[in-house]
Design a protein around this ligand. Structure first.
Ligand code: UDP
Length: 457
């Protein structure tokens, strides 16, 4: 079932040991401990950070050297990231990989998660929905809770950094509570094609205090007085979720969850969220079943900042069938990897999607993806070339049937999908964009107006 010979992709691991300095200025060793698994003869990474040099087989020595030289100029640069969940969802996935990669380069990158009560996360999830176009009632009590919880988090945090990056709307008001001694960036991962006006207007009051906004797609740009940059997310090819797995490891995962392999697998991996349209996936699968035999697996998880997940999961669990599996075990990242590799077709039939790392992950594994023709999925899938874009249940069903009947097409699209990720969506590209930005802000020393024209003292 595997479509690629992994041997040529296996990176030669760097043997360089590097020291980086931790928050309390203790030295943390990031030195190499590459090891070979005696059972599989695969080289693994044990207790060691992935380094930029590890990417050389994919990006070439010149790009590695260019990144290292940019990083040299930023030794000891202190950046702190704020978001609202440690796991579940693309933001946590990106922060986890990116902060480690930056530290491997001598940049002191921190990641802090704001805390909040369930009512706070109910409100921020509504805001998230509103930014993606839903109508919400943003009452005064909601904005009060939103701002209060941010104030409480500000009290618990000290900032002494060269840059602050705030991710998504949940921690946006933090900026009100710190003296601004460095640039603050708002990194919005959400699809912003058509945000709900009152919510956007309210949040703009905070956003305008930032020094720049980073978005995942050019279509999300808004009318703002500050610069808006476009950084598309990317994946870490060495994580458990994305690295090569042995046949035995994959079989073990499938056995563990009793996933049948007698028929081709159609897979969607997504947080249980209505914007991912799992109900539409089930409908499309049922239509396709009239022409092909397959098993549908909907694998999902829950993020701590998303209180709607349980309801979406319960609904899906109630419509399970013998050939429609709904698994809430998506925190098992080796299972995610296995399903993305073993699937004949991966679906990501989202109705809104800021970027869609699940698409990138499946494409990296050489699996053709049928994605909703929305948001960041459109930056990744070139329709009919390295996957398919669909706008309806019927389209999705037709493409499932087409791909299942045509092994050659699956193989060709999968190969091009892998190539697209290698060229455009590996973490080193995203890292380089950040490094450029860290070094780009000008320091302006300016005397306040009250000093203008003062007589000599
Ligand atoms: N994910 C996971 N298990 C799941 C569902 C999702 O590990 O059951 C991961 C997925 O592999 C990806 C991230 O969560 O790395 C989801 O990112 P994406 O950009 O696709 O969507 P988001 O959840 O951020 O809207």
């Amino acid at each position: 079932m595997k479509r690629f010979d992994s041997s040529s992709d296996q990176p030669e691991l760097s043997q360089t040991g590097r020291k980086v300095v931790s928050k309390d200025d203790k030295e943390v060793s990031t030195s190499s401990r590459a090891w070979t698994d005696p059972a599989t003869h695969q080289v693994g990474l044990l207790n060691r950070l992935v380094s930029v040099e590890d990417y050389e087989p994919f990006i070439g020595p010149e790009v590695v050297e260019r990144i290292l030289s940019k990083a040299r100029a930023l030794q000891g640069f202190k950046v702190v990231n704020f978001n609202s969940t440690f796991y579940g969802g693309g933001v946590a996935e990106l922060l986890s990989a990116m902060t480690l990669l930056m530290n491997s380069l001598g940049i002191k990158a921190e990641w802090r998660v704001i805390q909040g009560r369930p009512d706070f996360f109910n409100i921020t999830k509504k805001m998230h929905n509103a930014l993606q176009g839903a109508d919400i009632n943003l009452s005064e009590i909601k904005t009060t809770i939103f701002e209060e919880v941010n104030f409480e988090n500000a009290v618990r945090n000290r900032i002494d950094h060269d840059m602050v990056v705030v991710h998504d709307p949940q921690p946006l008001p933090l900026i009100d509570h710190f003296p601004k001694k460095c640039p603050w960036l708002w990194r919005c991962h959400i699809e912003l094609s058509n945000p709900d006006c009152p919510t956007w207007k309210y949040l703009t009051g905070f956003i305008e205090k930032y020094d720049a906004v980073i978005l995942s797609h050019g279509d999300y740009q808004q009318n703002l007085p500050i610069p808006q940059l476009i950084f598309m997310p990317a994946i870490n090819p060495f994580s458990i979720k994305n690295k090569e797995l042995t046949t035995a490891e994959m079989d073990d995962r499938l056995d563990q969850y009793k996933i049948p392999v007698d028929l081709p697998l159609i897979v969607q991996v997504s947080r249980f969220d209505r914007w991912k349209d799992p109900a539409g996936v089930v409908e499309a699968f049922k239509l396709a079943q009239k022409e092909i035999d397959a098993t549908l697996v909907l694998l999902g998880n829950f993020a701590t900042d998303d209180p709607e997940g349980a309801r979406v999961y319960e609904h899906l669990a109630s419509i399970r069938e013998e050939r429609i599996l709904v698994l809430p075990n998506g925190d098992d990242t080796a299972l995610v990897n296995t399903l993305q590799r073993r699937a004949a077709v991966v679906l990501q039939k989202s109705l809104r999607e800021g970027f869609g790392l699940t698409v990138t992950e499946a494409m990296w594994k050489g699996t053709p993806v049928i994605g909703g023709n929305v948001g960041g999925i459109r930056s990744q899938i070139q329709d009919g070339v390295n996957g398919f874009l669909v706008s309806s249940v019927k389209d999705a069903a037709d493409r499932i049937v087409q791909l299942l009947k045509d092994a050659r097409l699956r193989e060709q699209m999968g190969r091009k999908a892998r190539q697209a990720v290698t060229e455009r969506f590996l973490l080193t590209r995203y890292l380089e964009q950040y490094l450029g930005l860290f070094g780009a802000f000008e320091t302006i020393f300016r005397l306040p107006d009250s000093w203008h024209g003062k007589p000599e003292l």
